[in-house]
Design a binder for this molecule. Structure first.
Ligand code: UDP
Length: 327
């Protein structure tokens, strides 16, 4: 295997970051995983520790980031990412997207590394266009409860784009749509880990609103494949930031996915309905035409298969409590 080089993954002990570290190490990269462990978990990377090409640095990217030695690729994935987490850590979320992105970009610039930003479908807010293509500018409430995340990601994109245009930094922006899989926290408040844990524990499934709002759920392995293809693309381009939606375009209502989880877990839990959180997007579905054209990428894992694998993961960890209260 040829040596691809050294990558720094901020947020590398989180859900997506840890899967990214796994793939990079498997593909021959040397990986420095940087994480504050505020929402990430050491357990997510325990199996990598001791690997000769893996190192962990506990550090908060909202503070200046110093890394010794060569770096070829910086992947900035550090941020609280679930609506519950960013509601509980509002200022830190803004700092992770603002100062954290600034420090991660500074590292990439100092090392001459390519840069991949984990952005989010949240930049589209509660979209008035569906599916959402990359050239849709979004519909975001700048002072609503989700704004700490949405605006942080929008600012992070603007900062990364400015570094690309001003310094010729090789920049790619991944707008990541709802992704699920093993290593999500049972208590992160997101729909799928919450429903799965509730179903396995015989607790009511807490659907917000009437459950007619939609999301499009991507299995984590598909998402990571897309991120790696985008990173390779970024390494070969400069000056123009590349923005790509990554997600599974198969759209479903939240009520339907709750019912699917009940069926797949053979649970007899009831479904209960609770108030819809403020500014909860009514619809969300990625237009992935650009990812298909630029990266030859598309999601391949069906929701049934992905949910089965995720349910197996949560079955093996029955000790974790489900999220208790609604936002
Ligand atoms: N949701 C729900 N019950 C829960 C958690 C979430 O009905 O216990 C809904 C939430 O209101 C939203 C959708 O499921 O409409 C997806 O929420 P999630 O927090 O997973 O992520 P989001 O897509 O909102 O960032």
């Amino acid at each position: 295997m040829s040596d691809p080089g050294r990558a720094v993954v901020t947020g590398g002990a989180g859900f997506l970051g840890s899967h990214l570290c796994d793939r990079l190490v498997a593909d021959g990269w040397a990986v420095l995983c940087v994480d504050s462990l505020i929402t990430g978990r050491r357990a997510n990377i325990a199996h990598l520790e001791g690997h000769p090409r893996f190192a962990f640095l506990q550090a908060d990217v909202t503070r200046p980031l110093e890394v010794e030695g060569a770096v070829d690729l910086v992947l900035h994935f550090a941020s609280p990412a679930s609506p519950r987490d960013y509601a509980q850590l509002p200022i830190h979320t803004l700092k992770a997207g603002g100062l954290g992105t600034y420090h991660a970009l500074g590292l990439a610039r100092a090392k001459g590394a390519a840069f991949v930003l984990a952005s989010s479908s949240e930049v589209y807010g509660d979209p008035q266009v569906t599916p959402q293509p990359e050239d849709y500018w979004g519909h975001v409430n700048p002072v609503g409860p989700r704004s700490v995340y949405d605006e942080a990601k929008r600012y992070a994109e603007a900062l990364a784009a400015a570094y690309a245009r001003t310094h010729g930094l090789r920049v790619a922006i991944a707008r990541i749509f709802n992704t699920y899989g093993p290593r999500m926290r049972a208590d992160d408040g997101r729909a799928l880990p919450t429903f799965i844990t509730q179903a396995l524990q015989g607790l009511p499934l807490t659907v917000f609103g009437d459950g007619s709002q939609t999301r499009s759920f991507c299995y984590v392995d598909d998402l990571i494949e897309g991120v790696l293809r985008l990173a390779r693309f970024a390494q070969n381009h400069d000056g123009t930031p590349t923005v790509v939606n990554l997600g599974n375009p198969e759209e479903t209502t939240i009520l339907a996915v709750a019912q699917e989880i009940l069926a797949l877990t053979a649970s007899r839990s009831p479904i209960t309905f609770h108030p819809l959180p403020a500014d909860d997007p009514r619809v969300r579905r990625p237009d992935i035409t650009r990812a298909e054209a630029l990266l030859g990428w598309t999601a391949t894992v069906s929701r049934t298969d992905g949910l089965r694998m995720t349910i197996e993961h949560f079955r093996a960890r029955p000790a974790e409590p489900a999220a208790k209260e609604a936002l």
